[in-house]
Design a protein around this ligand. Structure first.
Ligand SMILES: C[S@@+](CC[C@H](N)C(=O)[O-])C[C@H]1O[C@@H](n2cnc3c(N)ncnc32)[C@H](O)[C@@H]1O
Length: 163
């Protein structure tokens, strides 16, 4: 498969995952956390499908498409290794949904480079929260759940935060 095909499939999977997650958290209160603003595409989709939610966005190099800049107060700029624990100290386990879109594009590399991340995600996820990621998250409190229809195993990952 060409990298173009692979990229398109990843974006299709992302959209399915986000739509599925938005429906799943409909009756559950809590923050939505977008880890990795990048160009702002998935953030823009999240705010469209979850218009009533507070969506906090984390990014080190803030340079999205101007149409996808989060409002003041909802953008947490800086290295997530520092900003996530600081946010957890203020907000505790307050997230109903965490979307982890911090990636180098190479999942095997991500698991090593971002080995510190699952702990911070678990510290922010409320009991039973949904966590989505483009690469496998290894943490005892994050239990893998089946993917929505149409997303092949290994293309994206979904977890529930167990108590
Ligand atoms: C794949 S991009 C996000 C794409 C975005 N969700 C979109 O749909 O346009 C990953 C982002 O994570 C950011 N990032 C990587 N490591 C980070 C870190 N340690 N702290 C904060 N942001 C980081 C990068 O700067 C990059 O913008």
């Amino acid at each position: 498969m060409s990298r173009l095909d692979s990229f398109i499939r990843r974006l299709e999977a992302q959209r399915r995952m986000l739509d599925w997650a938005a429906a799943s958290i409909m009756d559950r209160p809590g923050l939505v956390l977008e880890l990795g603003l990048g160009n702002g595409r998935t953030y823009d989709h999240l705010r469209e499908i979850l218009p009533e939610r507070d969506i906090h966005v984390f990014e080190r190099d803030v340079s999205p498409n101007p149409a996808s800049m989060p409002p003041a107060g909802m953008l947490v700029a800086g290295d997530m290794a520092m900003t996530l624990p600081a946010f957890a100290a203020r907000h505790g386990r307050s997230a109903a949904l965490v979307h982890v879109d911090v990636t180098t594009g190479v999942p095997e590399r991500d698991r090593i480079l971002f080995a510190w991340l699952p702990e911070h995600v678990a510290a922010l996820a409320a009991p039973d929260a949904l966590v989505l990621s483009g690469w496998e998250l290894d943490h005892a409190a994050l239990v893998a759940v089946p993917l929505p229809e149409g997303v092949p195993a290994g293309r994206y990952y979904a977890y529930r935060r167990v108590c």
